[in-house]
Design a protein around this ligand. Structure first.
Ligand SMILES: [Zn+2]
Length: 226
């Protein structure tokens, strides 16, 4: 009897601790999808850049892959035509702040302003409001959570970092992705890096050969949710 009671308490404890937490986490953001669903999401940060975006988009289009672009508002404003091209090609346009500051150092109002200004640029380009935001560098704290909750934004982090910004060769990028990829991964890459563009066909082919489907972040299935 005592053991049963203890088990019951344990079950209630686990549910309240983890059940609620999981639910809360899901409400505010995701860092990966369902590990039982054979799909991955390619995400590209820091664009649009002046160079390399056409090639990047052409590769994705040729493999019929839709990706998620976390764009910096001031660049999206400067390169409006490239931003529209990405959107018109079916990619998801997501928020990566307006000036790419260290958001965690700012006050809530300033954080919200950064996100809003990025949204305003998209609106001026006729692109619908994004659901996801990725704070620069992926750093977040309670102020950022707070700002995003007030703006009805979800944090979109990642589970596989290609570290392409560290000057990795195309071969290294391909090897890293194919050796560590797991179902439901959100893969972090960057816009405007030549080696990333060069690596991309092999990354896509390798993932396709393993039966992975490519989805945008807003299509990624979350664990335990339909
Ligand atoms: Zn960034």
């Amino acid at each position: 009897m005592l053991r049963r009671l203890m088990l019951l308490f344990l079950a209630i404890f686990i549910y309240t601790e983890w059940g609620v937490l999981t639910h809360e986490r899901e409400k505010f953001g995701i860092a990966s999808g369902d590990p039982f669903v054979h799909e991955v999401a390619l995400t590209f940060d820091d664009g649009p850049r002046e160079h390399g975006m056409q090639e990047l988009n052409a590769i994705l289009t040729s493999y019929d892959v839709k990706a998620t672009f976390f764009l910096v508002g001031k660049f999206a404003d400067r390169y409006g035509r490239i931003t529209r091209m990405l959107y018109d090609s079916g990619h998801e346009i997501a928020n990566h702040s307006f000036t790419h500051p260290r958001l965690y150092r700012l006050w809530v109002e300033k954080i919200m302003r950064e996100a809003e200004r990025c949204d305003e640029v998209m609106e001026s380009l006729g692109i619908p409001k994004t659901r996801f935001m990725r704070p620069p560098g992926g750093h977040f704290n309670m102020k950022i959570f707070n700002a995003m909750r007030r703006m009805n934004l979800k944090m979109g982090l990642w589970s596989l970092n290609t570290a392409d910004y560290l000057g990795k060769s195309p071969e290294e990028i391909v090897r890293l992705v194919l050796s560590s990829v797991r179902a439901g991964d959100i893969i972090l890459m960057h816009s405007g890096i030549e080696n990333t563009v060069e690596a991309l066909p092999k990354v896509i082919e390798g993932l396709k050969a393993r039966g992975f489907n490519f989805v945008r972040l807003d299509e990624l299935q979350s664990f335990g949710r339909i």
